[in-house]
Design a protein around this ligand. Sequence first.
Ligand SMILES: *[C@@H]1O[C@H](CO)[C@@H](O)[C@H](O)[C@H]1NC(C)=O
Ligand SMILES: *[C@@H]1O[C@H](CO)[C@@H](O)[C@H](O)[C@H]1NC(C)=O
Ligand SMILES: *[C@@H]1O[C@H](CO)[C@@H](O)[C@H](O)[C@H]1NC(C)=O
Ligand SMILES: *[C@@H]1O[C@H](CO)[C@@H](O)[C@H](O)[C@H]1NC(C)=O
Length: 362
Amino acid sequence: MIASTALLWAASAVLTAARKPPTPSGGYTLKDSFNTTNFFREFDFYSQGDPTHGFVTYVDARTANREGLAGYASGGVYLGVDYKAKSNTAGRSSTRVESKKAWNRGLFIADIKHMPAGTGESQGCGLWPAFWTFSKGKWPDNGEIDIIEGVNNQNHNFVVLHTGSTCKVGNAGSLARTRLVTDDCIGHTGCKQAADSPSTFGADFNANGGGVYAMEWTDETISVWFFPRNSPLVNNTLSTNSPDPSKFGQPLAKFVSAGCSISEAFKDQSIIINTSLCGDWAGNPAIWDANSECKAKAATCEEFVGENPEAFTNAYWIINEIKVFQRDGSGKGNGTEHGGGRGNGNGNGFERRRGLRVLGRE
Ligand SMILES: *[C@@H]1O[C@H](CO)[C@@H](O)[C@H](O)[C@H]1NC(C)=O
Ligand SMILES: *[C@@H]1O[C@H](CO)[C@@H](O)[C@H](O)[C@H]1NC(C)=O
Ligand SMILES: *[C@@H]1O[C@H](CO)[C@@H](O)[C@H](O)[C@H]1NC(C)=O
Ligand SMILES: *[C@@H]1O[C@H](CO)[C@@H](O)[C@H](O)[C@H]1NC(C)=O
């Protein structure tokens, strides 16, 4: 059995080798990698108002650099939130970046050392971090994929998809003990899958040295895996340039179309990393008031965030690397370069960003 499979594989490899270089296992080829050598050239800072009404001031590259909100730390890319000053009117300074490039289908692998979390005492109250993809200017019609997202003292990750029209999904094939919370991806609520393990999010994620998130987007499914730092797959498969999702085991979220066309609902996705505070989810009075730990700290989310800079000491990302793989032909040439993010004056950005400081944070 094993031998004949290997023979078949060898025969097809010979056939395809005549036309193109051999494809790595899983059929994926590395298209882009973002790390400390190129990250701030390939991502734009977004410094406009938060459409989800966060108590946050997203700063531009120059300000982020000057105020120590973005740079390099512990060998990775640092993106953080101000943790020094009270901020009672405009909202706390924070960072949001989006990739200049956009992709159609692929395998996205993010090695993340640290994500925004509360200090022990603050428990994450007020925080709304997200690592996600969407199509600039085409929300929600071109879809949104929230790979890591959560608010307040939530202790495991939610993976959420948002679409412009009804898109029903199931979660068959997802890890046991995960849960499909909502099954229609339409609009603000989206279809939502809850992870079961605390190491997928927040302080427990960080205590473990973070880990690797992988998202695979095909015409039929969107899947998200999480591998804690000590998983053997992190070194053996994910850090190589030939990852093979068939060897990843069950994903924590596998969204399987139940009548919706994934290829119509998701297009031209760019990668976004942001840390919002309060806003339509974390700061929604109904959510805040129902959360006894957070509510005990302040009457409103905005009051807590404004008055307690030290609660945001651990509210930063350290991204070791993000890699994007595609199957040959599957991207149909659509690693599209977008001409600049929203309101970012990015033509001269590189000169400024090249000087980003090394932050002395470990
Ligand atoms: C970092 O990214 C650059 C640019 O994509 C790439 O050439 C390089 O191999 C990457 N380094 C590592 C260690 O992956
Ligand atoms: C930050 O991320 C959340 C999560 O998806 C999103 O809903 C919100 O609009 C984002 N804010 C900005 C300005 O990107
Ligand atoms: C992965 O590789 C790093 C660096 O070589 C090593 O320190 C770590 O122990 C390895 N992790 C596992 C789970 O083997
Ligand atoms: C590629 O992107 C462009 C620009 O967004 C779009 O018009 C085109 O339809 C896309 N092609 C495919 C095959 O997705």
